[in-house]
Design a protein around this ligand. Structure first.
Ligand code: COA
Length: 363
């Protein structure tokens, strides 16, 4: 954990003067951070482990989280945010656990936490990092606004990704799983990318990379048949969370049986009541051109792109297992996010129609 430091962070004076400082967390702050989580979410926060101050301390000591807090001049902890970096996706980081105490909101606290944590970017936290991704909730638009103010750009919509959480005092009424808008900021902008997008998603994928600022995008079609690109064994990384009702499957290297492997995994996950499954495929791998449509036949549909993941420039597909989504409850700020949402919804509907037709033919 970084030692407590008030360097580089000046107290901020606002209209109604709220003087506060942003600094790295101390072990002693952990209890107050849990207090902030309870203040925002009651007992309904998605990541239950962070109700334990010891977990926050240990995650910071291991370097998996880097937490910063906002402290008033009276010594009250009023805000927290952390940078999450996993070994699996060491080239991307995600700011998480963004909470500001009720009574201190809409006064720039989140904005200052972000400034300290990932706008100024201490080099030691961003070694080998390609980009930063933030998937703000769409139950309200406050975090989206802050993210766009920091130059993040839209690159996906994740439907029903999180279980319902009760946001305290934000006047949000939702009784369905929460959808997120995926946003991204390159730390190291590539000069050129070469990708093999499935044909019918090419326009959307190119549009999203351009939206992230990549100007030189070469889209290729594979020269050879699918089998030529598959290895004998697949390498697939799976992160399953029963409490969140979600599973993330990353195809790092597709093997000859990859479609059957994913089919079997899907069957197993659906029987366990997993509500949402994300599938990452590398757009830099020619096999993705062929494989994405195969997975879409299983019910996966377009979710977005994620540069710098374990699958490099990833295409993300999503699968909803009986999760009903009321699209009218998704609050978005930008036109691009709205456009991605309609694309995603359309893709989901096309998939559902095709699946119904296939089952009709079989019966
Ligand atoms: C979301 C949250 C962290 C925002 O913190 P904050 O310190 O109030 O945010 P800021 O004051 O820095 O404002 C960020 C943006 O949201 C806007 N905003 C914040 N609260 C607002 C309110 N009540 N009404 C209108 N706009 C609001 C600000 O105006 C600002 O946008 P702008 O710069 O375009 O004007 C805080 O509301 C919170 O803790 N919510 C509960 C937990 C949560 O939802 N976390 C985020 C999960 S993705």
């Amino acid at each position: 954990m970084n030692p407590s430091s008030k360097l580089n962070s000046q107290p901020k004076v606002l209209d109604s003067p709220l003087l506060f400082t942003v600094r790295a967390m101390n072990k002693a702050d952990a209890v107050n951070i849990v207090g902030l989580i309870r203040d925002s979410y009651g007992n309904s926060y998605f990541y239950k482990q962070f109700y334990d101050p010891g977990e926050i301390i240990s995650a910071n000591e291991k370097g998996y989280l880097t937490s910063v807090v906002a402290e008033t001049n009276d010594g009250e902890i009023i805000g927290h945010m952390a940078l999450l970096r996993t070994q699996e996706d060491y080239q991307v980081v995600e700011p998480v656990i963004a909470v500001v105490k009720t009574g201190f909101r809409n006064r720039g606290v989140l904005t200052e936490l972000a400034e300290y944590l990932y706008i100024r970017r201490k080099p030691e936290l961003f070694k080998e990092v390609t980009g930063i991704y933030i998937p703000p909730v769409t139950s309200h638009t406050f975090s989206q606004k802050q993210v766009y103010n920091s130059d993040f750009k839209d690159c996906g919509i994740w439907l029903g990704y999180l279980p319902d959480a009760e946001f305290q005092k934000l006047n949000t009424t939702h009784s369905q799983r929460i959808s997120l808008v995926l946003t991204y900021l390159y730390v190291k902008q590539p000069k050129r990318i070469i990708i093999f997008p499935p044909q019918y998603h090419t326009d959307m994928i190119v549009k999203l990379f351009k939206n992230l600022g990549v100007s030189n995008i070469t889209c290729r079609m594979p020269h050879r048949h699918l089998q030529n690109y598959l290895k004998s064994e697949s390498i697939v990384k799976i992160k399953e969370s029963l409490s969140l009702g979600q599973t993330i499957v990353k195809i790092v290297r597709p093997g000859r049986n990859i479609v059957d492997e994913i089919k079997a995994k899907l069957k197993e996950l659906c029987s366990k009541d997993i509500s949402v499954i994300h599938l990452y495929l590398s757009l830099n791998d020619p096999s993705t051109y062929y494989l994405a449509p195969e997975f879409e036949k299983l019910g996966f549909f377009f979710a977005g792109i994620m540069p710098g993941s374990a699958c490099k420039d990833a295409l993300i597909l999503q699968y909803l297992n009986n999760a009903t989504i009321d699209y009218t409850k998704i609050s978005l700020v930008t036109d691009t996010a709205r456009e991605i949402l309609s694309y995603v919804v359309k893709q989901r509907e096309i998939g559902l129609t095709e699946i119904k037709e296939v089952s009709k033919e079989r019966s």
